[in-house]
Design a binder for this molecule. Structure first.
Ligand code: ATP
Ligand code: MG
Length: 425
């Protein structure tokens, strides 16, 4: 029979790759909690209307990338393509604002977009992200961008550029839209078919197109920063001043827009230079969305957030960042008479906090020792009949080949292994 294969663009992450994933996830978790964020977990499936109303009807994500379906109860549902809409829905649904004026949430989890799969771009991918509700900035904007940079730095991802822009408030956006339409219309025929459509409904999207000719045309477009109000401008200046103070270099990128409609004012992306990700080198994307909570039915609430693709972070890690997981001890039995006490000893070591492997099949001594080597265990605990008769076993350092006798009883066995471990490190 033909074996069933995973859905195109949806990947298995096998145990050998997991140490790198855990490194990224654990660093992020620790950093987010150090910054006083708390984790929120929302469902992977949401009503389709949530994304149409927040991300925007004429964005690529909503127009062509969503996994939407009607379930057996006739509800229109969608696998979430990003985390912010769900987070805002939860913030409103649970009246999170009632607990305090400022809410800091972080999340990690899978997202779904039906894009063309390639390196760094998948149909199921994982994001980590943060959101702050109730602080209009600009200090929190700077703090958040700096935090993202420090996350990358902590992971050893060094050559990164922070690109920054401001989209201003809704008024700015309307004025800019007109200016942009006016500029792009004469080049209409040279744009890709998608952008010709975007020009009608959502000209800002043209600036985000990845087709080279569109990029070329867009490079000469008017700058949104020329349309900012005095308040927008002082917000942007305040943010840049604070970033300087925090020691985080950044460049102003007046044509940076992003693939979602809900942004206002601050917008940023962090890219890796010269890595292997090619045009998928945007590691982090984020921005302010001061109107979204209210537009989804909550109270007027300023908000800002970012998300990073975990696969892209894993691909950008320097070689050798994450070590394979190795057991400290491999318990080896020398015959059928010693397998029972060997299994007990393994259990006692494990509960004593010592990572321990054992071949419970009763294999030959030779094959067990081969396995100890293959797993990279530091010690073999050899349970032989002779030692066993005295309530003891042999602890062999697999590096130095030195061997000592240790008691097999609990808790002495745990202490003896710990002492030996301390000696070798
Ligand atoms: P891109 O411009 O690369 O398409 P985006 O602007 O669509 O990214 P966001 O929606 O801002 O991305 O998501 C934030 C981050 O999530 C991206 O910077 C990237 O690291 C990651 N990401 C987005 N889409 C994918 C995908 N299809 N596969 C893997 N990672 C992704
Ligand atoms: Mg995209």
């Amino acid at each position: 029979m033909e074996p069933v294969r995973a859905v195109k663009g949806m990947n298995d992450v096998l145990p050998a790759e997991m140490p790198a994933w855990h490194l990224v996830e654990e660093r992020f978790r620790a950093l987010a909690e150090a910054y006083s964020y708390r984790e929120v977990r929302t469902p992977v499936v949401e009503p389709t209307a949530l994304f149409a109303r927040s991300i925007g009807e004429t964005t690529d994500i909503v127009e062509k990338e969503m996994y939407s379906f009607v379930d057996k109860g006739d509800e229109a549902l969608t696998l979430r393509p990003e985390g912010t809409a769900s987070s805002v829905r939860a913030y409103i649904q649970h009246s999170a604002w009632a607990e305090g004026p400022v809410t800091r949430w972080y999340y990690l989890g899978p997202m779904y977009r039906r894009e063309r799969p390639q390196k760094g771009r998948y149909r199921q991918f994982y994001q980590l992200g943060v959101e702050v509700y109730g602080d209009p900035g600009p200090h929190v904007d700077a703090e958040m961008i700096d935090m993202a940079v420090r996350l990358l730095e902590g992971l050893g991802i060094r050559r990164v550029t922070v690109e920054l822009n401001s989209l201003g408030g809704p008024g700015t956006r309307v004025a800019y839209r007109d200016a942009l339409s006016g500029f792009l219309s004469p080049s209409r025929e040279a744009l890709c078919p998608d952008c010709r459509r975007r020009l009608e409904h959502n000209p800002l999207r043209v600036l985000d197109c990845k087709v080279p000719t569109c990029r070329q045309i867009a490079a000469g477009a008017p700058r949104i920063t020329d349309h900012l109000t005095a308040e927008d401008r002082s917000h942007l200046d305040g943010l840049r001043r604070m970033l300087d103070r925090l020691g985080t270099p950044h460049v102003l990128e007046p044509r940076l827009v992003r693939g979602l409609d809900y942004y206002t004012r601050t917008l940023f992306e962090i890219k890796e230079e010269g890595g292997e990700l090619g045009s998928q080198n945007t590691l982090v994307g984020g921005g302010r969305y001061d109107g979204l909570v209210e537009s989804l039915g909550g109270p007027p609430t300023a908000a800002i957030g970012f998300a990073a693709g975990i696969e892209r972070l894993v691909l950008s890690l320097p070689d050798g960042s994450a070590n394979p997981i190795r057991p400290a001890v491999s318990v080896v039995s020398t015959g059928s008479a010693t397998l029972d006490p060997a299994v007990v000893a393994a259990r006692d070591l494990r509960l004593g906090g010592i990572a321990t492997d054992i071949d419970t099949r009763g294999s030959s001594l030779k094959s067990q020792l081969r396995r100890s080597d293959k797993l990279g265990a530091r010690f073999a605990l050899i349970v032989g009949e002779d030692e066993l008769s005295r309530g003891r076993a042999a602890l062999r350092d697999l590096g130095t080949k030195e061997q000592v006798e240790v008691p097999l009883s609990k808790p002495e066995i745990v202490d003896a292994v710990r002492t030996a471990m301390e000696k070798t490190t």
